[in-house]
Design a protein around this ligand. Structure first.
Ligand code: AOF
Ligand code: ZN
Length: 335
């Protein structure tokens, strides 16, 4: 393995520890090397806190070695004043001569300026090591800046025979397709994304709270489509417990026109990722508009024989896990 790849891989490894606390900031790994020995490393602190480079430099005991060292980073060091000062300035102050960068920062405030600043101050800069992996490590952040829309995760649960809901709904007994652990895992997923979205029928049928109850973490912003003002006023989504955005319309073909508009509006509102929890029509609309990045599909252990058919994805799953007796299939949209 090339030395650059070895250390960028290490950056990616430690950057994982920064998630989800750093979100919606990217989590970056920085590794400082002198004579093929790691003298300090760090990753992005919780949102608003220190960047990876700051933590890595701080971890170096003998600061005099920095003048002869190489800093490896999975993302271009920033050049702007945000919640923290520019990492480029810090690298220059500490006279680190060599910088190896995984990939360019797509944020318009940086976008190559960090690299330019470092080169202009006489540094040796290498850019583009394990670029694909570096982008994947901050998939939400890259999708948001490159596609100008949030990273979209679809989630649903289907029966063995491919139904997401039974034909007749019982008032008293909801039909659970997945086991309790799978359901708890969905609360973890909710806590990891900035927003959660459902369609009108889901609210009318299930009156969901769309918050994080079975896991420790923060509630996502609720986004709800309300076609023809059909959502009852006493629904949980109107309880003012969590920030909620309601898209209402009296258009007949509400969902077909709205997927693009919604993703554009969410971009304007700086929402970097959204988990879409259904139902069928909403999920299928986003699929038909090719507005999705990842789908997480549970296959439960029962047969429903009838009801609402699961949405259809053209791609094949890339990852398969078992959550007790449920199967979890992960799909990625490579279009
Ligand atoms: C880095 N190292 O570890 C991260 C970077 O508001 P701030 O100061 O936290 O800046 C956030 C932006 O900085 C973020 O949108 C992205 O462009 C970059 N993130 N940069 O040099 C890091 N997390
Ligand atoms: Zn920075």
């Amino acid at each position: 393995m090339k030395i650059e790849e070895k250390y960028i891989k290490r950056c990616l490894e430690i950057a994982k520890k920064g998630l989800p606390a750093a979100l919606p900031n990217p989590s970056v790994g920085a590794v400082i090397v002198y004579e093929d020995k790691i003298i300090g490393e760090g990753y992005t602190s919780a949102y608003g806190g220190a960047h990876a480079e700051v933590n890595a430099i701080q971890a170096v005991k003998d600061k005099s070695l920095l003048k002869k060292a190489t800093i490896y980073v999975s993302l271009e060091p920033c050049s702007h004043f945000g919640k923290t000062p520019p990492c480029c300035n810090l690298i220059i102050e500490h006279k680190i001569p060599n910088i190896v960068i995984g990939t360019v920062d797509p944020n318009a405030k940086v976008a190559g300026n960090g690299i330019k600043t470092l080169i202009e101050s006489g540094k040796n800069v290498i850019v583009g090591i394990l670029e694909k992996e570096c982008k994947e490590s901050n998939k939400r952040f890259f999708t948001f800046h490159e596609k100008k829309r949030p990273y979209i995760i679809l989630k649903w649960a289907e029966s063995q025979d491919g139904y997401i809901a039974p034909k007749e709904k019982s008032e008293q007994k909801p039909v659970w397709i997945t086991n309790e652990i799978s359901r708890q895992l969905v609360h973890k997923w909710r806590s990891e994304e900035q927003a959660i979205l459902v369609g009108t029928q889901t609210v009318v049928d299930d009156n969901p709270r769309l918050n994080v109850r079975d896991w420790v973490g923060k509630n996502p912003i609720r986004i709800v489509l309300d076609q023809n003002n059909r959502i009852p006023k006493e629904s949980y989504i109107f309880d003012n417990q969590v920030e909620t955005i309601i898209f209402s319309s009296t258009e007949i073909d509400f969902s077909a026109t709205i997927a693009c508009q919604i993703s554009a509006i969410l971009f304007e509102r700086n929402i970097q990722s959204v988990l879409i929890e259904g139902g069928k029509k909403t999920l299928q609309t986003f699929i038909d508009e090719n507005l999705w990045d990842e789908a997480r599909v549970f296959k439960g252990n029962l047969f429903l024989e009838n009801g609402t058919k699961a949405p259809i994805l053209k791609s094949k799953w890339i990852e398969r896990q078992f959550i007790l007796d449920d199967e979890l299939l992960i799909f990625k949209n490579y279009d």
